[in-house]
Write a protein that binds this ligand. Structure first.
Ligand code: HBI
Length: 357
């Protein structure tokens, strides 16, 4: 039985959607580790709440600015009363009670602190390369603590140009929460944090051209960007449904002919892709980053030329070629909580073996 301390992302309380896909990953991994009999304690910003994971240690303090807003050459920014620093001060105090600490924040500090801790730290990196200070500290930590840096996908890991293979853990979801739907309505879905790097405007443009209604779900992280997209396509058949619970979200998603994924950046994974597959919904995505490693082109969706709205439109017209049950089967084979738990448990044990060695 492992005693694990999970230290959360620093950009928002868990459960608010501000932490994007890594919130769902942290929740699923914690749940699966507990199911396997391991002890998991989560440390997160005050206001965090997960339905079936009570007793999250709530830490006060100012949130980190999102790493996506950093320019490549920017210095590391840590606010005075930093929730990130406060979470890691807590981890320092209690570390002796745990076998392994797992970091889910995409921030410089936890990597820098690694050598100061007596317990090993597993760093789960949740995005591709964004700025130099982060690339540097990740590379230093990878070199010094071999095997302790984990990624979602190979294409994401490649953006850091490390000299060796690193564990690629993928993702996974509780498939019992997603209901297969064989007969969709005439509508499309777009899911995710509403922010420039997610390229929502292309999905709206495709809806505008095909006149197929587009259901949009997710946290509006960048209000100005959202207003810009709506203003650019005033007549587009779009409907914003908000940031919904998994249960409400999949009720909407499962009815759709396809999920559109329009990442502008190297999407580290794209949890929304496996949520769609679990409902039997094919995924139409730019051939970029995580989704390009998830979607089986022509079988469980289509991969199109990045940033090509016409590519999205052509794929939408072909969507009936995809067998929706094949989509569900791929989710069951590759992205179940059991498969996820196996990958993470192996990673944790490999780190512990090396650290005792
Ligand atoms: N930015 N500074 C910072 N720290 C994070 O942990 C972080 C972030 N931006 C986005 C983010 N985490 C998550 O939404 C993604 O990792 C999924």
């Amino acid at each position: 039985m492992l005693k694990l301390l999970f230290v959360s992302t620093s950009v928002g309380p868990l459960g608010t959607g501000l932490g994007g896909g890594v919130e769902l990953s942290l929740y699923n991994i914690a749940q699966e580790m507990r199911r396997r009999g391991h002890q998991v304690q989560i440390v997160a910003p005050k206001g965090s709440y997960f339905e079936s994971l009570p007793d999250i240690v709530q830490i006060p303090g100012e949130l980190q600015i999102i790493a996506q807003s950093q320019e490549r050459g920017d210095p590391v920014v840590i606010p005075g009363d930093s929730v990130l620093a406060n979470m890691w001060e807590y981890a320092r105090q209690v570390q002796a009670e745990y076998d392994l600490i797992v970091n889910f924040a995409y921030d410089w500090l936890p990597f820098y602190l690694t050598p100061f801790f007596s317990r090993p730290i597993a760093h789960f990196v949740s995005m591709g390369s964004l700025y130099d200070a982060m690339d540097r500290i990740i590379k230093q930590t990878a070199d010094r603590f071999f095997g302790t840096i984990g990624f979602y996908t190979a294409s994401q890991a490649q953006t850091f140009a490390l000299n060796y293979e690193c564990p690629c853990l993928g993702s996974g979801i509780d498939l019992s929460l997603y209901e297969f739907c064989a007969q969709p309505q005439k509508c499309l879905a777009w899911l995710g944090r509403i922010a420039p790097e997610k390229g929502l405007e292309d999905a709206v443009a495709a809806a505008n051209m095909t006149h197929i209604p587009l259901k949009i779900m997710g946290k509006i992280q960048d209000e100005a960007y959202w207003k810009q997209v709506c203003a650019a396509y005033p007549d587009a058949p779009i409907e914003y449904l908000g940031f919904l619970s998994t249960s409400e979200m999949q009720q909407q998603l499962r009815q759709c002919q396809a999920l559109l994924m329009t990442p502008r950046w190297v999407e580290a994974f794209g949890n929304v892709a496996i949520e769609a597959l679990a409902c039997g919904v094919p995924v139409i995505s730019y051939r970029r980053g995580g989704p390009a490693e998830i979607v089986q082109d022509g079988k469980t969706g289509f991969l199109v030329e990045p940033d090509s709205v016409m590519g999205l439109v052509n794929a939408i017209t072909r969507i009936k070629e995809i067998d929706r049950y094949t989509c569900r089967q791929q989710a069951e084979t590759e992205f179940s909580l059991t498969a996820l738990g196996d990958r993470f448990e192996k990673w944790f044990r490999d780190i512990l073996v090396r650290s005792e060695g």
